[in-house]
Design a protein around this ligand. Structure first.
Ligand SMILES: [Zn+2]
Length: 441
């Protein structure tokens, strides 16, 4: 077998193996950093920014199969270009940076196909995340000394939190993240068994999840898409009356005792029980969905939603849909049990305000896309609302947001896969985040 065949077959094997495995992401904090360590780490992020912006500023000529080999780039300093050396970034990290640019470009062209107005890729004012794609190569962990080695860097970093990772976990990619609170390594692992179970105080066994997303999230509840999150995620689920339930109900209607005044026959009760059991199955599925959505949303530092008149929906045009999707179940669950929930006034104009520039305008009920008259920003209607909730709630100025503020991070995606998508009735999709590039300058 040649090398590419070898890679192909091992990819296939990996894919097979993953089917029975559970991904978990662990957050490790880099510890005991001195001034020089911090400078070293910052240098990595800085070089990543240089490389990104160098490529983005002339994609046609600079995005080549050899881009990752670059050892020197130009950066714009005021009106001049100056040379900068890439001295610390390892080759695989550089490859990941280039891949990320390619992904973003693909996203752009997809948006274009869908008819969105598309700008070009923006320069990054900051790069705060580096993908370490291959464990054992791009980075390694010494579990005995609690140290992490990153490709291209001699110094090893002590990390906090390795004890969380079970011995039998298969460690895969990592992501180095810079936050105001410090430097972190997110490690993705795969476990053959079910995720760890923990016992609650009431003695119930629950899945444990390790994520805490230290960012706020806004949730828009809708008819077309049940939940749209400010991080570009859409969560949909539907539990329809099963055919079996319909059949059972028809059977029941024919039994003696169904109609008022009739003596209830033995067969009637038999049939009634069958219906009840089937109905119970469906409501268990609904409960499971609610539990999962709740568990996922609970991971966020703060949750914003608008106190909307959901009761009003029930009697209206969409009544039946709402029942199938049990949105009422989830909203009341969140309202009653979520400590991190911040309820916003329902009259805040979240559907009418541009989440890019703050301009307020009318939007009709049927418009699925919000098109800002002022700045030209085009965005999914529900996503715009969800973002506005965070902006209104946090009173965040529209400028100075990190570039990936509205994206689902790898950690969030991983948690989504594990907590939500393992239920076949839940569908999760991501709005093409590259719409961020739609905002015009
Ligand atoms: Zn605008």
């Amino acid at each position: 077998m040649n090398k590419s065949e070898l890679i192909k077959s091992s990819l296939k094997e990996t894919k097979e193996r993953r089917k029975t495995q559970t991904p978990t992401v662990y957050q490790l904090k880099l510890q005991n950093l001195n001034q020089r360590d911090v400078e070293l780490l910052d240098r990595l992020f800085l070089e990543a920014k240089w490389l990104t912006n160098y490529v983005v500023s002339d994609i046609q000529n600079r995005l080549t199969p050899d881009t990752w080999k670059l050892k020197e780039v130009e950066v714009k300093v005021k009106d001049n270009f100056e040379k900068r050396e890439i001295t610390h970034l390892g080759s695989q990290i550089k490859q990941s940076i280039v891949e990320r640019i390619k992904d973003n470009l693909e996203g752009l062209s997809e948006s274009k196909k869908k008819g969105y107005k598309v700008g070009k890729l923006h320069f990054k004012s900051e790069v705060n995340s580096l993908v370490l794609k291959q464990y054992g190569n791009t980075y390694t962990i010494d579990f005995k000394t609690n140290k992490v080695h990153i490709q291209g860097i001699k110094k090893e970093f002590r990390v906090l939190g390795l004890h969380q990772i079970p011995d039998n976990a298969e460690v895969t990619k990592g992501e180095l993240i810079k936050k105001p609170s410090g430097y972190y390594l997110y490690v993705t692992t795969f476990l053959n068994a079910e995720p760890d179970k923990i016992k609650t105080r009431k003695g119930k066994v629950k899945e444990r999840y390790v994520e805490r997303f230290d960012k706020p999230i806004g949730i828009d509840f809708g008819i077309k898409d049940q939940l749209t999150l400010s991080n570009s995620m859409k969560i949909n689920y539907e539990v329809k009356e099963s055919k079996r339930l319909k059949r059972l109900q028809k059977q029941l209607a024919r039994k003696k005792g169904y109609r008022k005044g009739e003596v209830k026959s033995k067969n009637f009760f038999k049939s009634l029980n069958k219906s009840k059991r089937e109905y119970g199955k469906l409501s268990n599925i609904k409960k499971d969905i609610e539990n999962r959505v709740f568990a996922f949303i609970k991971s966020y530092e703060k949750v914003y939603m608008q106190d909307e008149n959901i009761k009003g929906w029930k009697s209206g045009l969409f009544g039946r849909n709402i029942q199938h999707t049990s949105i009422g179940g989830i909203t009341s669950r969140l309202k009653n049990n979520l400590e991190t929930l911040l309820l916003l006034d329902r009259f805040l104009p979240t559907t009418q305000t541009c989440s890019n520039c703050g301009h307020k305008q009318k939007i009709s009920l049927s418009d699925r896309v919000f098109k800002c008259e002022l700045c030209g920003f085009e965005i999914d209607r529900d996503w715009n609302s969800a973002r506005d909730m965070v902006l209104f709630g946090e009173k965040t100025p529209l400028k100075n947001l990190p570039e990936d503020f509205w994206e689902a991070t790898p950690v969030e995606r991983e948690a989504t896969a594990r907590i939500l998508e393992s239920n076949p009735y839940i569908r999760v999709s991501y709005i093409s985040v590259k719409q961020e590039a739609l905002s015009l300058n």
